[in-house]
Design a protein around this ligand. Structure first.
Ligand code: NAD
Length: 498
């Protein structure tokens, strides 16, 4: 019998009573790994109720103790790094290095979260009026929830629950139903690190379970990462219910290539960042804008992309893995077909790609379009596959205007040897994460992950100081202490006139 994945509710591993289960498959073979439930409404309610109860005691656990538990957690994540990466590679198809990278970027957030005592420091001003002091306290919110996508099943849950729980909140995680085994292992290690089991609950499911969380009166804050339509739904519904929401959504990331850039660096970086993780990264480069004479480098880019071979994760030669599902593969192939119909020039066609020994994998080969224009759907929509659209511009100004007119604003990069060009680009571009001779500029956790425009709805971003603000409330105290029963000379002046 196929193994059923439990949920973690009220400190217990619970097998759902749901009649609705989904097969979790290996995307390179279609073999069923195990099955994930769509939780019943009663189970979701039970998880939230348990998290609410847990908050009453957890919020008063000293911040130093919470930090020590987080230190133990980051140690356990490092100890089990390879083991988690194997689970992750099996259910996502990512090659092993990439799978390890996915886990590592999450471990870095746990490391950062262990600094919570300093991150939660408030501010103080003494003597705002005579013998009156004002200071701020940073306090947790209550029950927070996180809804995560398939493409980073370690990193993205780790963006959320370590920061939320270490701030003193409790958390209900609803991971992607496509690869739930990785986040389940992360949760097990979290309990092993000493966090009380009811501080983190894990429920499984899809739209119905998410909608229940969005509408639940006891949920204070919602963190979401996923596609644009779902992100818009989450943000609209969550904020309409007067909740705090951060929703990270889809992307279309441009790399601008100036003719003074190092050609070999450009070629290697474009090919790698377009095909890496099968293009299933929200920061993947999906559009190259070749400025001036760099448009003559197209042949070299094409040559390098043909070297990017997909394959099974255990094969060290595999540069990237399969699409997550047959449906995802079909979507990418449909977009390639559409690009041809729209009139773009298809220089490399990844449709119908096969990998020896893995006839059932969701493979898409490296795909390259040139002559792409802004009115084409392959430019306007996120493809989320190993597909690169090449466009050209005569000047840097033209390239900047192109990017600023695109609705997404997650990441972008410029390759150049000119400091002035780079400075102009970083200043004028309306995108939240900018790389200068770096193709995928994902910030380390002491900064925040700062997508803009259609790639993010909300105001406080993931990890870094912004996550602490997102998961806490600030209380401002104004205090006066009398030295004796005799009124001192503060009198009415003790009141601050606003
Ligand atoms: P998705 O939107 O399909 O699913 C994300 C989560 O939402 C899952 O947990 C899923 O169960 C749930 N969900 C799906 N449909 C829903 C609905 N109708 N109502 C409520 N919940 C629903 O995304 P995905 O395919 O898992 O992930 C890929 C997407 O995530 C891409 O668009 C990618 O760009 C984006 N992404 C963005 C970032 C970022 O930081 N901006 C990072 C990673 C991924």
């Amino acid at each position: 019998m196929t193994q059923q994945i439990p949920m973690f509710i009220d400190g217990q591993a619970v097998i759902s009573t749901s009649s609705d289960w989904l097969d979790v498959t290996n995307p390179a073979t279609q073999e069923v790994i195990n099955q994930v439930p769509f939780a019943t409404a009663a189970e979701v309610d039970q998880a939230v109720a348990s998290a609410k109860k847990a908050f009453e005691t957890w919020k008063d656990v000293p911040v130093t103790q919470r930090a020590r538990m987080m230190l133990r957690y980051q140690h356990l994540l490092k100890k089990h790094h390879d083991e988690i990466a194997e689970i992750l590679a099996e259910e996502t198809g990512k090659n092993f290095e990439d799978a390890k990278g996915d886990v590592w970027r999450g471990i870095e957030v746990a490391e950062h979260a262990a600094n919570i005592p300093t991150l939660m420091m408030g501010e103080t001003v003494e003597n705002v009026a005579n013998k009156v002091d004002t200071y701020s306290l940073i306090q947790p919110l209550g029950v927070c929830t996180g809804i995560t996508p398939f493409n980073f099943p370690a990193m993205i849950p780790l963006w959320m629950f370590p920061m939320a729980v270490v701030c003193g909140n409790t958390f209900v995680l609803k991971p992607s139903e496509q690869d739930p085994n990785t986040p389940m292992r992360l949760a097990e290690l979290f309990y092993e690190a000493g966090f009380p089991k009811d501080t983190l609950q894990v429920v499984h499911g899809g739209k119905d379970q998410v909608d229940q969380l969005l509408n639940h009166p006891d949920i204070e804050a919602i963190s979401f990462v996923g596609s644009v339509p779902v992100g818009e739904h989450i943000y609209r519904t969550g904020t309409q219910n007067l909740k705090r929401v951060q929703a990270f959504a889809g992307a279309k990331n441009h790399m601008v290539v100036m003719p003074d850039a190092n050609k070999q660096q450009v070629v290697n970086n474009i090919a790698g960042s377009a095909c890496g993780a099968a293009g299933q990264r929200c920061m993947a480069i999906s559009v190259a804008v070749l400025v001036g004479e760099s448009r003559e480098w197209l042949d070299e880019i094409k040559g390098k992309m043909t070297e990017m071979k997909p394959g099974y994760w255990k094969n060290k030669e595999s540069f990237y893995g399969p699409q997550i599902s047959p449906q995802a593969k079909q979507n990418v192939e449909n977009m390639i077909k559409q690009g041809v119909e729209e009139g773009a020039t298809l220089l490399l066609d990844g449709r119908g790609h096969t990998v020896e020994g893995y006839p059932n994998g969701n493979w898409v080969g490296p795909t390259l379009f040139s002559d792409v224009t802004v009115d084409m759907d392959i430019y306007k929509k996120e493809i989320f596959g190993p597909v690169l659209c090449v466009m050209t511009a005569d000047t840097l100004e033209e390239a900047i205007e192109l990017i600023n007119n695109n609705p997404y604003g997650n990441g972008t990069s410029i390759f150049t040897s000119s400091g002035a060009a780079a400075r102009k680009f970083q200043h004028e571009i309306k995108v939240g994460q900018v790389g200068i001779n770096i193709p995928i500029p994902v910030p380390l956790p002491f900064f925040s992950f700062t997508g803009w425009r259609k790639s993010f709805y909300g105001d406080q971003h993931a990890y870094g100081k912004q996550a602490v603000r997102f998961y806490t409330e600030t209380k401002t105290v104004t205090s006066r202490w009398f030295e004796s029963d005799i009124p001192d000379d503060t009198g009415p002046n003790a009141t601050i006139n606003l």
